[in-house]
Ligand binder design. Structure first.
Ligand code: ADP
Length: 287
């Protein structure tokens, strides 16, 4: 004998005849029984439940893997960057050596930034990303970004212009994350510009500090402008591929800006250049 297992919904409704019932006094004459086979629906529900458990486990494993990996990469890199910083203490370096050292540092910082972004994504996906609040002069954060990106601009003979107000621009935010946003935007501006200049502007607006990164580079087509902020998304073109990259710089810039209570916006014209504008609330409370 074959046993058939299934799920059914059985619905029983009382049946009353329109006229007097068979017993002559009216009332319930019987029952209407309907039986619905919901086995297929139950099977799909069980499959979805299992798939969800598997996806959660895979996500947790990915998070652990990424945090471990970033840590394993970051630690030796910190040592390398530290030694690069103090190399000059052993004796004066000549101009050519200093130039090479700057390249080593710029490459190291770029790598460190990418590792930090991957780590931030992993932490954010797990809901563990934290935001600090420090008081800082926004011009200093812009200068720090300039210092790290300028060697790459010089190597391509591009002018890097820093355009900041004369007086301090007070800001209370997570300085590390803001610096990362600016480095990513300025780094891209240099990467996607063949000639002309990259300009980093700092401006004050009511309740916000605005950072603008303008370039005279290849620009971004209107149909790509909303997608460039997606993780691991790159404009599929020979022009973009020739510049290299992973497609996480802008995603990190937008996610970090939002974590700080701000936003990033893009204006671009293919062949003429791009402007990325970042608003950061002046104080964490304004977010
Ligand atoms: P990538 O590592 O590829 O630079 P990003 O997330 O930083 O990744 O940028 C995503 C894509 O957006 C890039 O591949 C490039 O096509 C485009 N892009 C970003 N910044 C600029 C820019 N300043 N000018 C032109 N295209 C840009």
């Amino acid at each position: 004998m074959r046993t058939i297992f299934g799920w059914f919904i059985v619905r029983i409704n009382p049946y009353r005849s329109p006229d007097e019932g068979v017993d002559g006094v009216g009332g319930i004459d019987g029952a209407v029984v309907a039986c619905f086979d919901i086995t297929a629906q139950k099977r799909v529900e069980a499959e979805l439940r299992e798939a969800r458990i598997a996806a959660d486990a895979a996500n947790a494993a990915k998070g652990t893997f990424l945090t471990t990996l970033s840590h394993e990469f970051r630690t030796p890199l910190n040592g390398m960057l530290g030694y690069a910083d103090i190399l000059h203490l052993d004796g004066p370096l000549n101009a050519a050596q200093l130039r090479k050292l700057e390249r080593i540092k710029a490459g190291g910082w770029h790598l460190a930034a990418m590792i930090d972004e991957i780590l931030a994504f992993a932490l954010r996906d797990e809901g563990r990303e934290s935001v600090r609040a420090e008081r800082v002069d926004a011009r200093e954060v812009a200068r720090a970004a300039q210092e790290l990106v300028e060697p790459a601009a010089e190597a391509k003979e591009l002018a890097f212009v820093l355009d900041v107000p004369e007086n301090p621009v007070e800001l209370e935010t997570d300085v590390g994350k803001l610096r990362q946003v600016l480095i990513n935007l300025c780094g891209n501006a240099v990467k996607y510009t063949r000639q002309g200049e990259v300009r980093l502007v700092v401006r004050e607006e009511t309740g916000h500090v605005v950072f603008e990164v303008r370039d005279t580079g290849i620009g971004i087509a209107p149909e790509h402008q909303s997608r460039v902020f997606d993780r691991f998304w790159q404009v599929e073109s020979a022009a973009t591929r020739s510049f290299g990259g992973m497609g996480i710089g802008l995603a990190a810039a937008r996610e970090f800006s939002r974590l700080l209570g701000g936003e990033v916006e893009l204006e671009s014209e293919p062949g003429r250049g791009s402007t990325f504008r970042v608003w950061i609330p002046r104080a964490r409370g304004d977010a």
